[in-house]
Design a protein around this ligand. Structure first.
Ligand code: DHB
Ligand code: FE
Length: 298
């Protein structure tokens, strides 16, 4: 029985990488954003995960408009960060959790997901940014990784329901994994943002709050909108919420919210950070259960 400890969800705006390189942690523009990671860093330091399964979207580095898988899973020994044009300082290499990658791939195929398997894969800001935020200044990343890439770029996009089902199938793989590693999931991107066109700079606080309120207790609520509805509601890049939905799907029915941050804007993006724990290891925290509308045990 796999050992899933929780999930962290965060925006992946490339400008964050430049702000980290310049150590702008206390800069008035950046402080409200970076402060949202303090509880996440504390939680990670306490829980010490061994593996991170990362749901993210590639932005044209590894896959481009000519060849775009809907879902791709990494099965490489190592993943290198490469410059994809945003000028983000290059990050350290990532060690692949290769046997777990293959177990996830086997499970997804058995669950009838026709994924692309990648034994070579480069990663971009959509993948690396959480690591820089979670473990600032480390010499080597403390977790091995499994990248799970969702197409949020080239239409037609997968539906939110399909992203949730993908995540749930990954959850089955975690449950049937016999290793004793502590596993976390990461969902990157979002929340609302649009980088170009007449709606460049578009942000929708109401939709973002809807996502933050529901993704923990009721992720199916996020599947009521189609991918195109989400483009309209959250902007053409706001549809990166599909990565959050996938990651949440892997976490099972019950989650407990530990921390949340929402800050507008970072660059063009409504920046959000959410930490959800999975109850198997979580102490019951009545005040948090209450805030999610779940009856508090007497
Ligand atoms: C920005 C946000 C993104 O998600 C991205 O991939 C690139 C840029 C931004 O807000 O600048
Ligand atoms: Fe993005």
């Amino acid at each position: 029985m796999g050992n899933l400890i929780g999930g962290v969800f965060t925006s992946h705006v490339p400008a964050i990488g430049n702000a980290i390189a310049k150590k702008l942690y206390d800069d008035p523009y950046w402080k409200p954003f970076f402060d949202g990671f303090k509880p996440v860093q504390k939680w990670l330091a306490e829980k010490k995960p061994d593996v991170a399964i990362v749901f993210y979207n590639d932005h044209g580095l590894n896959f481009f408009l000519d060849k775009m898988p809907t879902f791709a899973v990494g099965a490489a020994a190592h993943y290198q960060h490469a410059d994809e044009g945003w000028g983000v300082p290059l990050s350290k290499p990532f060690e692949g959790a290769q046997p777990l990658s293959w177990h996830i791939i086997d499970t997804l195929i058995a669950e009838e997901f026709d994924i692309v398997t990648c034994q070579e894969m480069q990663v971009d800001h959509g993948f690396i940014m959480p690591f820089e935020l979670f473990w600032p200044g480390v010499d080597a990343w403390p977790v091995k990784v499994v990248p799970i890439e969702i197409n949020t770029v080239r239409h037609p996009l997968p539906s939110p329901k399909r992203a949730l089902d993908l995540g749930r199938a990954v959850g089955k793989a975690i449950q049937s994994w016999e290793g004793d590693e502590k596993i976390m999931v990461i969902g990157t991107g979002g929340l609302s943002h649009q980088l170009d066109g007449t709606r460049a700079g578009f942000i929708n606080k109401d939709y973002d709050q809807f996502c933050l309120e529901n993704i923990g207790p009721d992720p199916d609520a996020l599947t009521r909108h189609s991918a195109l509805d989400i483009v309209e509601l959250a902007g053409s890049q706001g549809v990166e919420i599909l990565n959050w939905i996938g990651a949440r799907g892997a976490m099972g029915d019950k989650t407990v919210e530990i921390s949340r941050n929402y800050h507008i804007p970072i660059s063009n993006t409504a920046a959000a950070t959410l930490l959800l724990e999975t109850p198997a290891l979580a102490p019951v925290r009545p005040e948090r259960l209450k805030s999610q509308g779940t009856p508090v045990p007497a």
